[in-house]
Design a protein around this ligand. Structure first.
Ligand SMILES: Cc1ncc(COP(=O)(O)O)c(C=O)c1O
Length: 464
């Protein structure tokens, strides 16, 4: 069934103040505009159709069907224009249908769509590998391998680390999220909805305590690292441990920024004990946190870095990049897959990376971060239910609690999110306790939409 866009979105539009001609895609009016209740009648119809055709486990955060998106808005099938604070979960950093991406993918479509890189290789895959080897932290010799999803890349990072070390155990951390495949479910911490009923999980996965400054009772980064290392040494032993895997800022777990010194202490311990230090930058990578990779801000150089999401402007692509001697350990044919590094995704990644670099989107993420911290900081100062504002760049969250007890307030969080959706803002929640509201706008969002969306959140919180 075709998506019919209600007027005025099918007429040529002028851009208000977005840089969408360079990043951010189609020239949609950069405005929040509701022409029906959310969801509108067309979205309601499609939601009903979805429920009859799509498995119930595949959810929808916002009850609207998308018809177009670009700059800082998502336009639904009823013609409502919603402010986008989600970027499709941190994917469309360069904006939706970013012009360079559209041009590159369109040209590639007309040449060839698939050969399978492991059957007949092509340049764009190697170009992406070279770009990742250049951009990721550390000036050591590197190699990359490309896959389709974040979870698939995480699985491969673990495979590679096990092969290289000849060891089996893997340590993940409290509040971790690494995906929904079998191995990555085992690495992921949260039971509902990600793991419940899906076991058994892969063996030789252990969980260590994280540094979570709001809930750590004042533990420093060094002390939190000591606590984790002590547990690892006592319960697993470095001689059995292939890898530590950690997100520099926990994503689904609640945008938890570890205390200073936590990550470097883990990295140092791993290096001293023959353990591969895998950093999962699937959500934090590609300018999102104000630098190309969040690792740079924490002073760590991963042995293996896992990337996905923001890498290709919305096309499915992921990667493992790391030390040449580790990456080259698996035997010929041990890595790969039919679609990994698909040519359309690779040219999209090259165009996306060019956009991040030439438009200096890391700096734009820092500017967005300043606005987020200013507005959300004012909320925190005025409202004791906002326990903390945290994050880096354009990856920022607020944690909501009961001010009497300090306990997480998931009900308040859901109520605020629902009110914000109804007011025309795409907003995501997260957190082990379901009490974190996260802000992940596309880096193509204009300031006025960012400010307006934050005002909507403030109003929803005040009324909740
Ligand atoms: C840190 C992290 N790792 C891995 C994944 C899994 O990525 P995908 O959903 O592409 O499999 C995600 C997805 O949200 C993530 O945030």
């Amino acid at each position: 069934m075709p998506c019919v866009l209600a007027s005025p979105y099918d007429a040529p539009m002028t851009i208000v103040d977005t840089p969408a001609t360079v990043i951010g895609g189609p020239a949609l009016p950069q405005e929040r505009r509701l022409v029906t209740p959310i969801p509108g009648p067309e979205s309601r119809k499609r939601m009903e159709r979805k429920s009859q055709a799509v498995a119930a486990g595949v959810g929808a955060t916002v009850p609207v069907f998308a018809a177009a998106a670009g700059g800082g808005v998502l336009v639904d099938v009823d013609g409502n224009s919603l402010i986008d604070f989600g970027s499709g979960i941190a994917v469309t950093g360069v904006g939706n249908s970013a012009p360079r991406v559209v041009e590159a993918v369109t040209a590639q479509l007309a040449k060839f769509t698939h050969t399978c890189f492991t059957v007949a290789p092509y340049d764009s895959y190697v170009d992406v590998a070279e770009a990742l080897n250049r951009l990721t932290p550390g000036d050591h010799a590197k190699r990359s391998a490309l896959f389709n999803s974040g979870a698939e890349a995480v699985e491969n990072a673990v495979k590679i680390a096990r092969h290289y070390t000849g060891k089996q155990a893997v340590v993940a951390f409290d509040h971790a999220y690494h995906g929904r495949t079998n191995l990555t479910m085992g690495l992921t911490a949260k039971n509902q909805p990600y793991k419940n009923g899906f076991g058994p999980f892969a063996p030789e996965i252990y969980r260590a305590p994280l540094s979570y400054p709001l809930r750590d009772g004042g533990l420093s980064g060094a002390e939190a690292a000591k606590r984790a290392i002590s547990m690892i040494e006592k319960q697993i032993g470095a001689s059995n441990l292939a890898a530590l895997i950690i997100e520099p800022i926990q994503g689904e777990g609640g945008f938890i920024v570890p205390a200073d010194g936590f990550l470097p202490a883990l990295a140092d311990w791993a290096a001293a004990n023959g353990v591969v230090f895998i950093v999962d930058e699937v959500q934090t990578g590609f300018a999102r946190t104000g630098t190309m990779f969040a690792s740079e801000q924490f002073g760590i150089v991963p042995d293996l870095i896992v990337t996905a999401k923001g890498i290709a402007g919305g096309l499915p692509l992921s990667a493992v990049t790391g030390r040449a001697e580790i990456m080259d350990a698996p035997q010929l044919g041990g890595l790969g897959g039919t679609y990994g590094g698909n040519p359309l995704a690779c040219v999209a990644a090259l165009a996306t990376i060019e956009t991040y670099e030439t438009e200096n989107l890391a700096e734009r993420a820092r500017e967005i971060g300043e606005i987020l911290f200013e507005k959300l900081g004012a909320l925190r100062d005025a409202d004791p239910r906002v326990a903390e504002v945290r994050g880096r760049g354009a990856m920022v969250a607020i944690e909501l609690v009961d001010p009497e007890t300090g306990e997480p307030d998931a009900a308040l969080t859901s109520a605020v999110a629902a009110a914000v959706h109804a007011a025309g803002v795409v907003l995501l929640t997260c957190g082990t306790y379901g009490n974190v509201i996260r802000f992940l706008p596309p880096l193509s969002i204009p300031d006025h939409l960012l400010v307006e969306g934050l005002d909507v959140v403030a109003e929803a919180l005040a009324n909740a």
